[in-house]
Design a protein around this ligand. Structure first.
Ligand code: PLP
Length: 404
């Protein structure tokens, strides 16, 4: 394990007070705080290196390019992708999902074809497919779940048919915390020669991801949820698919040559990276991944699992407590409601006690419909959270509950 007191020193924001109370930051599913090494690296790059990448022959441009491309290699290693060309920098999970939905559908889908998603997807893994559905007349099929929040794999098997072109599922639910059996889903899909896209926004910060072991065809995650900067994310795709897919956007960086008659696109990964990339953010992301790797994802997972179990046990002692997502495969997220207290009231009053949680539908409205509720209160844990912070949450929820 790691020394939590030392780790917290890497995140100065955690020593802040809000409304005169020590901050208890439990909104990590939305975004995580950044360690000093990430902030220092980015500041240092702006102070000492800054120049646009790829296009310059001069010293600074080459140095910035080296940092940017070294970051791509760090990402490759982090998710164990076979080739660095298969790592595409995007603005985040949302853009990665839009890229695949758009380019994959352009190349491989026609009217009547189907894409399978699950009932617990974030809007980012629903709406991009719906945009394509509206343009091309393709249909969405939805994997259902049990009341505990486990996907029903048998039902998934029944949904696959000869019109299925792609499956796109989240590895971890941002509301329920369920860790989905994506490896099994991928195996089944591959038996039908159907590729699988995995939304790793909520898994990458909490567990070791190995895209070769999963054998997924595409994998997306966001830098800001894994202690990196905002505005940068990753799409991994198997070369065989990416090679066949058309570019998502046009512009500089993604071309080999341009004339008014004909444009030749760059090779991978640049074909999918139009415009100046956020090269300072990619450097920051690499530092964040190094930071997480140095602590050890197994250690982080063990710590967060402990916090999650402890929070579930303690919250359940509060009268009227309803926890959503009670799968035995569960990650660092606890969603709940107490009696008929509105989630917004609970969140607002917890905030006054210094406790930052998220409230609402968490960009998963179809899941809310499945659960028959409008929203939840969500506490989500990170590598720097403590047992004392869980105690503060539980005491806060108890106090607010008594007020109603
Ligand atoms: N997918 C899941 C499961 C998420 O939880 C989120 C963000 O909360 C996203 C996708 C979208 O991530 P971003 O807004 O960083 O693109």
């Amino acid at each position: 394990m790691y020394d939590i007191d030392n780790v917290r020193k890497d995140f100065p924001i955690l020593t802040r007070e809000v409304y005169g109370k020590p901050l208890v930051y439990l909104d990590n599913g939305a975004t995580t705080q950044k360690p000093l090494c990430v902030l220092d690296a980015m500041r240092d790059e702006y102070l000492n290196v800054n120049a646009n990448v790829h296009r310059g022959v001069h010293y600074l441009s080459q140095q910035a390019t080296d940092l940017h491309e070294a970051s791509r290699e760090t990402v490759r290693k982090f998710i164990n992708a076979p080739k660095v060309e298969e790592i595409i920098f995007t603005r985040g999970t949302t853009e990665s999902l839009n890229l695949v939905a758009s380019s994959f559908c352009d190349r491989f889908m026609k009217e009547g074809d189907e894409v399978i998603v699950s009932v617990m997807e974030h809007h980012s893994n629903i709406v991009p497919w719906q945009l394509q559905a509206a343009k091309k007349g393709i249909a969405l099929r939805v994997i259902p779940m049990t009341d505990e929040g486990d996907l029903i794999v048998d039902e998934f098997e029944k949904l696959i048919n000869d019109r299925t072109r792609i499956v796109s599922v989240t590895q971890v639910s941002n509301v329920l915390g369920t860790v989905n059996p994506v490896k099994e889903i991928i195996r089944i899909a591959h038996e039908h020669n159907v590729p699988v896209m995995v939304d790793g926004a909520q898994s990458t910060p909490h567990m070791k991801v190995d895209v070769q072991e999963l054998d997924c065809d595409f994998f997306a995650f966001s830098g800001h949820k894994v202690y990196g900067p905002t505005g940068v994310g990753v799409l991994y795709g198997k070369e065989k698919w990416l090679d066949m897919m058309p570019p998502y956007q046009g512009g500089g960086e993604m071309i080999e040559s341009v004339s008014f008659e004909k444009t030749v696109f760059e090779k991978l990964p640049f074909k999918f990276e139009a415009g100046t990339p956020d090269y300072v953010a990619t450097h920051g992301l690499a530092k964040a991944l190094d930071y997480v790797s140095a602590l050890g994802l197994d250690n982080i997972a063990a710590h967060e699992q402990y916090l999650t179990r402890y929070a579930m046990e303690q919250l359940q002692t509060i009268p009227g407590m309803r926890i959503f997502g009670t799968s035995s495969h569960k990650d660092a997220v606890v969603s709940f409601l107490v009696g008929d207290i509105h989630h917004l009231d609970m969140g607002t009053l917890l905030d006054r006690l210094g406790i930052a949680v998220r409230t609402g539908h968490h960009c998963a409205e179809p899941l809310m419909t499945r659960l028959g509720i409008a929203g939840t209160v969500r506490a989500s844990f990170a590598l720097y959270n403590t047992v004392e912070e869980v105690d503060s949450l539980v005491a806060g929820v108890r106090r607010v509950s008594r007020m109603f």
